[in-house]
Design a binder for this molecule. Sequence first.
Ligand SMILES: [Zn+2]
Length: 462
Amino acid sequence: MRVITFFLIILSLPSFGQLNTQLYNAYDHYQEKSLTTRRFKHNDIMAVIDKLGKDFKVNQVGTSVEGRAIKRVTYGNGPINVLMWSQMHGDETTATRAIMDVFHWLEADDQFNAVRNKIKTAITWHFIPMLNPDGASRFTRRNHFGIDINRDAVHLQTPEGRTLKHVRDSLQADWGFNLHDQSRGTSVENKMPATISLLAPAFDVSKSINEKRGDAMQLTKLMFDQIAQYLPGQMAIYDDTFEPRAFGDNIQKWGTRTILIESGGYKDDYEKQEIRKLNFVLLITAANAIANKDFEKIPVADYNKIPSNGDGRIRELILKNVQYEGLLRDVAFDRSEVDSEDYRNYYARGYITDLGDLSTSQAFFTLDAKDYEVLPGKVYEKELANVDALNTLDVEQLLKDGYTDYIVLKDYDPFTMKKPIHVHTKMPVANETIRMGGDPSLLFKKNGKIIYSVINGHLIKL
Ligand SMILES: [Zn+2]
């Protein structure tokens, strides 16, 4: 019986079932290696675009407020116009990196030639990577004037928004892909991180389904199925409330079948390189499904089988059952990022964002401290002249001995600090208590041995 079931599953796999895993496995060949973090700039992607070969047409279609070129890259010559735009929000960079990888895939000559040729003849594939280069220059959401371009689809007061509208209108795009990042803490029904959320946006308040939105819902479900195996329980449908000022909703309304991709959080993938890879698989499998009309086989109603984004946030770290300062509490930490002056670098700060009974909350990392003695981290007794003096110490061994915090007498550059310790330049140093907004260093001891420490909101196994 088991054997029969196995064969039925194999036989029922649709013909596009293999492309996703083939792309995932071959990804390294196509990755644009100059982009490895979230904080890259306009000139970084222009350097990639300028090197594209004869298979691509590159046109400047607009100019940002601060004078940066907004370019459209076009591949193929088929009758179906597919338009993908990324980074309308300057600090949402995952899909821009994936688009650079897709370019490298398109210009390769290898085992995917048949797929490429089908795409090339069935669709004309347009990309606008980094629609908001001014926001990207300061790693911020909004444009130069502080306007959220994604609330400018009707007023069209930003040159960036006007560019997108003009390109969509001039192509009468059949398909539109609106590529964003959502907060790392966004959840799937408050249970798991929403690593990727998708949406076929509504074009009216009552969320009507016409033929084109129905097509977008079919393709959305197909896309969900392409990468669900890599993200079990970690994909969802984004909030589908109609937003009358947003581009996705309006582009759907203007007659382009529109799909939103939101890249969220994944384990310790802070630079979103794994999520970028999954975007790469998503974009190509979507183009292939449009070229082959595979999405037509998916029942529209199956879209509703995908779970939804939740209201509750996934915390960075939850310590359960912490017995400390005479109280039993769960303790949640989150992280915030402090940008360097050129917005190319950052350091992360951990701080306590919730306390008490957190049994209904989830986190990327969790430690149940029930069987541990919880103690404050120790401050190293000797004051150091400067941070360089740390190099003369065996910081890792000292951490195993419980030393989490150091005093240095000279200011230092926190962007260069790579050690998992707390460095203080202000006196006196007392290890903080557990309090909202606080950042205490903690030790977790069992049988007289320190097993874990928490420093700067990071759980470290010793
Ligand atoms: Zn966004």
